[in-house]
Design a protein around this ligand. Structure first.
Ligand SMILES: [Zn+2]
Ligand SMILES: [Zn+2]
Ligand SMILES: [Zn+2]
Ligand SMILES: [Zn+2]
Ligand SMILES: [Zn+2]
Length: 298
């Protein structure tokens, strides 16, 4: 029983490690010291320079918020692209090239699916039959002048009228678009309000333009109530657990790594988000719990 609980906690730590490190360890698990060093170096950059990626309709609505597992036109996931920038490029659009070796993709480009099926180009060939190199020419015919799909999005506009937008926090704030809370995870792209997806997407993201609520500002900052701070805090025993579980997993094959889906993403971030809300609420209750009032002495 005790052992089971320990393993579950270790798996949780491992999942957290993966969300933060992604593939940046090159397939060889960081030592606890390397992990701490990585967080010290990368997390402030990630906080400062996060890029928000969405697929925008001509009306300005973000029809798709790109997350770590969202597929690119090049068939690789967003997290396989270069998503951390020490310095944000001055040029617009900002390019987010694919890091998979020999992939010609020069910048992340979202393409919707028709259910679970790839959509078709006007040349009748599927999206993945086209080259991911600029121009998106068709590999299966010579009449195609570059991928162009009339597949209709839920917003009523055709795919070709949308564009993949990569923007900074400041650029989103300037348009009144949600930016959510800062998180330490890699390749978060456009994901902002985790709790909002189930209830109809970002419309209900109460992070609004990103200003924390007064309540949040007034509450004392602890390492528990902010996932960024929590991940950024000093050396902990958790790194040790991570190497243990990863050691185990490499013997038995990979544990979940590389098999994530977008649904897994949402489940994971939602869980973390709810945990944090619960802690905040508990902390509030504690503060508000009635202090025995002093009876006037006279
Ligand atoms: Zn690629
Ligand atoms: Zn790509
Ligand atoms: Zn085509
Ligand atoms: Zn074609
Ligand atoms: Zn749309």
């Amino acid at each position: 029983m005790e052992r089971l609980r320990v393993d579950a906690a270790a798996l949780d730590e491992y999942a957290e490690y993966r969300r933060i490190v992604g593939d940046d360890d090159g397939g060889k698990l960081f030592t606890p010291e390397e992990y701490e060093e990585y967080k010290r170096k990368v997390l402030p950059i990630r906080l400062q320079n996060r890029l928000y990626v969405s697929w925008r309709s001509p009306s300005g609505m973000d029809c798709k918020l790109v997350g770590p597992e969202t597929l690119c036109f090049c068939t690789h996931r967003y997290k396989q692209h270069k998503t951390d920038y020490e310095v944000i490029p001055e040029d617009r659009p900002i390019c987010v090239p694919c890091r998979v070796s020999r992939c010609p993709c020069q910048s992340y480009h979202y393409v919707p699916l028709n259910g679970t099926q790839p959509i078709r180009c006007r040349c009748k060939h599927f999206a993945d039959q086209h080259s991911a190199a600029p121009g998106f020419s068709c590999n299966s015919c010579s009449k195609c002048s570059g991928f162009h799909s009339c597949f209709t999005c839920a917003c009523g506009q055709p795919t070709y009228a949308h564009e993949t937008v990569v923007e900074t926090k400041q650029e989103r704030l300037a348009q009144g678009k949600p930016v959510g809370q800062d998180v330490p995870y890699a390749a978060m792209g456009g994901l902002t309000g985790f709790s909002s997806l189930a209830e109809g997407y970002m419309r209900l993201d109460d992070s609004g333009i990103g200003a924390p609520s007064a309540e949040l500002l007034e509450s004392p900052i602890t390492s528990m109530d902010h996932p960024f701070l929590k991940a950024f805090q000093g050396p902990s025993s958790s790194a040790q657990t991570v190497s243990q579980i990863a050691g185990t997993s490499s013997a038995t094959g990979q544990v979940s790594h590389g098999k994530h889906s977008e649904d897994d993403d949402m489940a994971y971030f939602e869980k973390r988000y709810q945990e944090r809300l619960k802690k905040e609420k508990a902390a509030k209750r504690k503060e508000k719990s009635p202090v025995p009032s002093k009876k006037p002495l006279d």
